[in-house]
Design a protein around this ligand. Structure first.
Ligand code: TMP
Ligand code: ASP
Length: 253
């Protein structure tokens, strides 16, 4: 492919200028980071898996009327997306206590929460993405009250969709993070789901065994991260490559 202009490089993805105005190419790297990039590794195949899985989740969301930035997958590592103005908040939905809520509030990991809890974290690596309240968000102008209402409603729809999808393959959706962006049609502004949805940004536990199938495998040194993501992809019927030896020879004409 011809050289393209890099628009942004993050920890796990790169954004390039897209072929048409209002579009970007999102490239998934194999890099994994945790604890605000204190821990880093390259995990062969992670980018390919996340590209596929994010495509799968976003396509499903688009299909039930939850707007997302996803347009189409281009190749193994890249997808075409709509350019959005990212709201500088990580929107986390929790169904079961784990990770930071367990630590902060002393709730044992694995405790079912009385209802899905939506939290906002201010996206600022230098500050370590602090938890913020709706008061902070409105006072500092990161989003309006109307945006917040729309963000919560989007996040809960994503939660219902992903929880159901995962339940169907015997996986519990413990929690996840999404990012939301603004797009404009003339003067009319809409919020849509952006960034990625993948095991990098979810907690996924096998319902029977409790086995972790998400980035905690890397954060907590529990085994091979690519194997965990491959298991999720397999169960969902989303495999980037049929394993070698299982593919039938095909005629190319
Ligand atoms: P936490 O328990 O560390 O707050 O994480 C909650 C969920 O959000 C978990 O599924 C991981 C995800 N997450 C990210 O994707 N990126 C982040 O930077 C953080 C802190 C969490
Ligand atoms: N804090 C993120 C995580 O642990 C990744 C990072 O910021 O490096 O998921």
């Amino acid at each position: 492919m011809a050289r393209r202009k890099k628009v942004y490089e993050g920890k796990a993805k790169i954004l390039y200028e897209g072929p048409e105005p209002g579009t970007l190419v999102q490239y998934f790297k194999d890099d994994a980071t945790a604890f605000n990039a204190e821990k880093r590794a390259t995990i062969d195949g992670k980018g390919v898996l996340n590209n596929r899985l994010s495509e799968y989740f976003m396509t499903g969301l688009n299909g039930i009327g939850v707007p997302t930035h996803f347009i189409r997958r281009i190749n193994m590592r890249e997808q075409l997306i709509r350019a959005v103005e990212i709201i500088p908040l990580e929107v986390v939905v929790r169904n079961v206590a784990a990770g930071s809520i367990s630590k902060r509030l002393g709730i044992e990991e694995g405790t079912a929460l009385p209802r899905p809890i939506v939290e906002f974290y201010y996206k600022d690596d230098a500050l370590g993405d602090p938890l913020v309240s709706e008061e902070h968000i409105i006072a500092f102008g990161w989003a309006t009250q109307q945006d917040l209402d729309d963000m919560i409603s989007l996040a809960l729809r994503v939660n219902d969709f992903l929880s159901g999808l995962m339940l169907g393959v015997n996986i519990k959706l413990v929690d996840f993070k999404i990012e939301i962006g603004r797009i404009w049609d003339g003067d009319f502004m809409r919020l849509i789901v952006a960034d990625e949805i993948s095991p990098d940004s979810c907690r996924l536990w096998d319902i029977d065994t409790g086995q972790k199938l998400d980035k905690d495998v890397f954060r907590r040194d529990l085994g091979d991260l690519a194997d965990a993501y491959t298991e999720v992809a397999k169960r969902l019927g989303v495999m980037p490559n049929a394993p070698q030896g299982m593919t039938k020879p095909t005629l190319i004409n």
